[in-house]
Design a protein. Sequence first.
Length: 364
Amino acid sequence: MLDLLAPAAPRPVHLAVQEVSKRFGRFLALDRVSLEVREGELVAFLGPSGCGKTTLLRAIAGLDPPTEGRIIQAGRDITLLPPGQRDVGIVFQSYALFPNLDVRRNIAYGLRGPAWPREKVKARVAELLAMVGLEEHAGKYPAQLSGGQQQRVALARALANRPALLLLDEPRSALDAIVRSRLRTEIRALQKSLGVTTILVTHDQEEALSISDRIVVMNAGRIEQIGTPEEVYRRPASAFVAGFVGRAGSFTAEVEAPRRLRAGPVRIEAEAAASLTPGQAARAFIRPEDVRLGPDAAGHPGAFEAVVTGVEFLGALCRVHLLAEGVRLEAEIPSAQLRHLGLDRTARILVAIPADRVMTYPEG
């Protein structure tokens, strides 16, 4: 009998990066990086500029082979293979469209050789134009298209040969915020419908959190954490991840007792501090949505008073900046709640933070 509650079997590993390092002269861009990407996954490489995420993508693509380590795709060692012999499609940050070719010919550019007779190419291009919604623009040139339309052409061209692995190198960075938001949803829907294994390089945290199956957080050529968006956001593996992914107020504190931090006169209960030693210096991070204010903080263990130093109106939400005896925090509340709390600059308000929401790490 089929057990509908049984967990699904893990998908096979499509790509394995094994102890990969990359040097440019004396500069170590990648330092023994290892990871696996499963079939059909969308995995985001996320990190600040210079962290190594694009270098890693280029190593996978064959554009900058690693100095050390191996890259295995579908059981085949591709470490030193040239790009043309790898089963990958690439969309670059600049899109790299040919300005002298119209949309139809840009998409068809890689469809050559005996495997692609003219009628088959024509049918494949028509299929891709429909897939990305550009049938009416097939005869236009790149300069006649919007940024979002150019991205769709680049995506269709990358998918033309039906690659097993799709690589996206910050493909939306040149677009405005509204177009970026719409296109990331379209990319995710297309990726899921095709089932193509995809790696996305991005510095946009919202993008990585919203469309990825897993996120690889990188810093200084190393991987800090690999996990689902929820794991990376709610259970950061390091102080770097806690501070980089999402917004968080942070401050230095001392572990006063098991599960308790002290920052000046402010004492905060923190379950994550249980693994630290009393007297040890710690770094605490608190998400704005986890800060309780006013009536929501009343009666909460460890509640304390803070001064409102600023309020930002963000539409549906307001961001409240707080200062409590040298400890700076941010709180996010529904805009409708602002008037009821009577918050303005210099107002004093009761603040509380649930003990299980204080992310705590050894200082330094």
